[in-house]
Design a protein around this ligand. Structure first.
Ligand code: CMP
Length: 217
């Protein structure tokens, strides 16, 4: 657990002893694939830190149509919103693959927070980062077509692996559609055009980007 907390940006400003205090109150938990960890509207308020695996953060309407707000992985955390504002869970969190997490009770975390202003700043930075990402999404929904939204999403998710840019999130066309507010059919069509145009290749859900993606076609 020590390694996970050290690699979690939220806790990186803490000393080894302070991290040890968090380790002492964090409870390890494992989840299988496609398991609901939290549901939107739940009245729970623990904080979760991801040690292994990836989760999907989403909201849905009455008809069950779903928007994916984010995909989080090792070193990320979730559940801080209800913990801090006392409101119901703002979104659902479902595992995309088997996951290991550490759960911290609200009382333990609040106690810790009151004695560590650095931790409060780290939480605020995290919330502002998510707000900036949400602003970009609003901009894309209002001003960009599906090509532009896919280009933005892929550019955001891409990581350098040697000379190449790859996206290893393992996203399905349906998930991409739910992340950018488009239909699955439209996403499949745009991805096919990107492959035909030599912009990307895709193998076993790993996308490799070969040249700058067009913001419109
Ligand atoms: P909480 O509202 O307690 O439970 C759902 C969690 O999903 C929330 O805390 C955040 O940790 C996370 N979450 C909500 N909105 C976003 C977002 N836009 N991006 C990333 N994570 C989010």
């Amino acid at each position: 657990m020590a390694e996970t907390l050290k690699n979690t940006p939220l806790f990186s400003s803490l000393t080894k002893d302070e991290r040890a205090c968090i380790e002492a109150v964090a409870v390890p938990r494992s989840y299988g694939r496609n398991t609901v960890v939290l549901s939107e509207g739940d009245e729970t308020d623990s904080l979760y830190i991801i040690a292994a695996g990836r989760v999907k953060v989403s909201i849905s309407d009455d008809q069950g149509k779903e928007v994916i707000l984010s995909v989080l992985g090792p070193g990320d955390y979730f559940g801080e919103m209800a913990l801090l504002d006392g409101e119901p869970r703002s979104a659902s969190v479902v595992t995309k693959e088997p996951c290991r997490v550490f759960v911290i009770s609200p009382d333990s975390f609040r106690k810790f927070l009151s004695s560590k202003p650095d931790l409060a700043f780290a939480l605020l930075r995290g919330a502002l980062r998510r707000l900036r990402e949400a602003n970009r999404k609003i901009e894309d929904l209002a001003l960009k077509d599906v090509y532009g939204r896919i280009a933005r999403l892929f550019t955001q998710l891409a990581r350098s692996e040697g000379e190449t840019l790859v996206i290893t999130e393992g996203l399905t066309h349906q998930e991409i559609a739910q992340m950018i507010g488009a239909s699955r059919e439209m996403v499949s069509r745009v991805l096919k055009e990107l492959v035909n145009g030599g912009y990307i290749t895709s193998h076993r859900r790993v996308v490799t980007i070969h040249k700058k993606l067009p913001y419109s076609w």
